[in-house]
Design a protein around this ligand. Sequence first.
Ligand SMILES: [Zn+2]
Length: 215
Amino acid sequence: MSITAWRMLSCRACGAAVEGLTAESANPVRHPPFREGLLSRTLLRLPCPGCGTAHQHFDRFVWTDLPGRLCACVIHESERDDWADLEQEARDALSVPLREEGPEFVRAWGASVALRLVFGLEELREKVVCSMKDLDDRVVEAMKLELPCGVILDDVTPGQRLRFRLDARTRDVAWAIYEQTAGRRDALAGELPGIFDPRSAWVSCARARRPPRRP
Ligand SMILES: [Zn+2]
């Protein structure tokens, strides 16, 4: 189900009131324009009428794409410093309906859905690109550790290349590097618990060496 509402939210840069349509829950399977808007970087983005800053018009919402095996709790990037608490919250909120309720076959299937915490629409977009192109987002985050700090996955042509973006510049990385990194998953799991620990919901190179908090 998708839940949208017309809301007034404060600009995070200047505090001015910004009015517009926001989402509390987004299901791109039932509502394909969500995915199109996310990929074209138009979803939930408005210029602030006060300062002109590009404003992301949401408080927090859940992105549910069960056929794509992705369920993500989306929080604004200004809250990234609280990632440890938010990771725990997201895990608790998302794992109950997907992994702990219903008959065994439903729970087994739920276990195959990636539960993710993302900060901002660009992090969500990366996870959706991975899901659409059948990439392991953990491998992509591990690859970023060898790339300039702050790169984001922009686009993928499976079998050929992954395109990363940093500000206005793009950089292509050969598909073979993805496959090599994927082949080292077991070795990387010990070095990068923040990415490969199954309890990690914020799967990001930014916290690669920091394990999830113990429950
Ligand atoms: Zn503003």
